[in-house]
Design a protein around this ligand. Structure first.
Ligand SMILES: *Cc1c(COP(=O)(O)O)cnc(C)c1O
Length: 407
């Protein structure tokens, strides 16, 4: 298996080609440098690597299986496989990097890990890791989101995390990011800010990718054992891009493996504010401490973005994805709300797997590839399970699928 912590990119300053880097105030840079240094050190520490591998196996339940979706394959043509990250403890891939970040914080002698959360998925995964590792955990969340995402707020509280409401502005994710940064700068010595995807200033895009690369490393070996070869196509949804980078990483040098990142085109890809298709519609720039493609409004501020999948509505994308887009190693395509919801029901009814609405974007695109006549096998990263989405989906879309009349 490939060594997870050895990569050609990013370079020493955290750049993937022209993207990435660290664009933060000087005061913050010295703190971030400490994180980089600590991270590079622990990745050579056998004790840390053994502890993480042990938790992946006995706590998360890794390796997650690859499932050969024979019913879908028969129906659509190409052989379709799924990497079952939905079967991880806490129900998605996020636990892979949250455990890594929590262990790093512990090794650095931090007392607390903090983060912002939108729908609460990152918050729950981080609160879980904090409970296990023995750290305090503050999760900043917009007041509006706290009301909307009640079950996740309750989960975080049960897990012992403190949910801190962001009460200014629109009281959603953007304000939660502001509040979390403010909270972090008050005490960067005893706290670690645990970013929730392959975004933010260096070293986070590298670090989160490295922790997620277990997904692709396992998948590459499992797929070879199952089929004797490599998959023809990889498909993963892209919000910030961590589950996609996790899968793609191990296959980047396999020229025969085509890769597709799937962004959300929401309600209307041609209307600002109605989608979050960063690579399809955005342009290079700097926000949130790094350079990448991003969606900006007329004032150059992060655009209000939208997707039916709250885990995908981010106005930028991880810098490595921008790089892979420009060198054309990965093709980025978009799937809209309706296509994603169709795929949500299709996978549920044809294979008995209820996917997260985020992951449904990847499933929808895989089926589109099949309909376009793709003959090669397709490996989908099923990033999470759909339990968190069932009430929302049935309430808003159930009538079109014969579900709501029963309720
Ligand atoms: C958060 C989330 C995503 C999006 O995050 P990435 O960093 O783009 O992977 C995708 N799927 C699920 C299930 C999520 O919870």
């Amino acid at each position: 298996m490939k060594n997870t912590f050895t990569h050609a990119l990013p370079d020493e300053s955290g750049f993937f080609g022209e993207y990435g880097g660290s664009f933060v105030p000087e005061q913050l840079q010295s703190i971030i440098d400490e994180i980089t240094e600590a991270y590079l050190k622990i990745t050579k520490d056998e004790g840390f690597l053994t502890e993480l591998a042990d938790l992946y196996k006995h706590y998360v339940g890794r390796p997650s299986p690859i499932f050969h979706a024979r019913n879908l394959s028969d129906k659509y043509g190409p052989q379709i496989y799924m990497k079952r990250e939905d079967l991880n403890h806490t129900g998605a891939h996020k636990i892979n990097h949250c455990l890594g970040e929590a262990l790093l914080a512990k090794k650095m002698g931090k007392k607390k890990i903090i983060a912002e959360t939108g729908a609460g998925q990152h918050g729950v995964a981080l609160a879980t890791a904090a409970a296990l590792v023995g750290l305090e955990c503050d999760i900043y969340m917009g007041e509006v989101d706290i009301r909307k995402e009640h079950p996740n707020v309750v989960r975080m509280a049960i897990l012992g995390a403190k949910v801190i409401p962001a009460t200014h502005g629109r009281k959603t994710l953007k304000e939660a990011v502001d509040a979390a940064f403010e909270g972090y700068l008050k005490d960067p010595v005893t706290q670690l800010y645990a970013i929730g995807s392959v975004v933010g200033p260096h070293p986070f895009p590298m670090m989160v990718r490295d922790f997620q690369s277990i997904v692709g490393n396992e998948a590459r070996q499992q797929f070879q054992e199952m089929t004797g070869g490599l998959p023809g196509n990889l498909v993963a949804c892209v919000g910030g891009g961590s589950n996609a980078m996790g899968l793609f990483d191990a296959f980047l040098e396999d020229e025969g493996v085509k890769m597709y990142g799937v962004e959300p085109s929401g309600r209307d890809i041609n209307k600002d504010g109605e989608h979050a298709a960063t690579l399809s519609k955005g342009e290079p720039g700097v926000m949130h401490g790094f350079k990448s493609y991003m969606l900006k409004d007329a004032e150059g501020e992060p655009q209000e973005v939208y997707s039916v999948a709250s885990g995908l509505d981010y106005p930028a994308v991880g810098p490595q994805h921008s790089y892979l887009n420009d060198i054309k190693r990965v093709v980025y395509e978009a799937i809209n709300d309706k296509e994603a919801i169709d795929a949500f029901f299709e996978l549920s009814r044809v294979e008995g797997i209820i996917p997260a609405v985020e992951s449904s974007h990847a499933v929808a695109f895989a089926l589109k590839l099949a309909e376009r006549g793709e003959k090669g096998s397709i490996l989908i990263n099923l990033s999470g399970r759909g339990d968190k989405d069932i009430d929302f989906v049935v309430e808003n879309y159930g009538s079109s699928y014969g579900v709501s009349d029963l309720l």
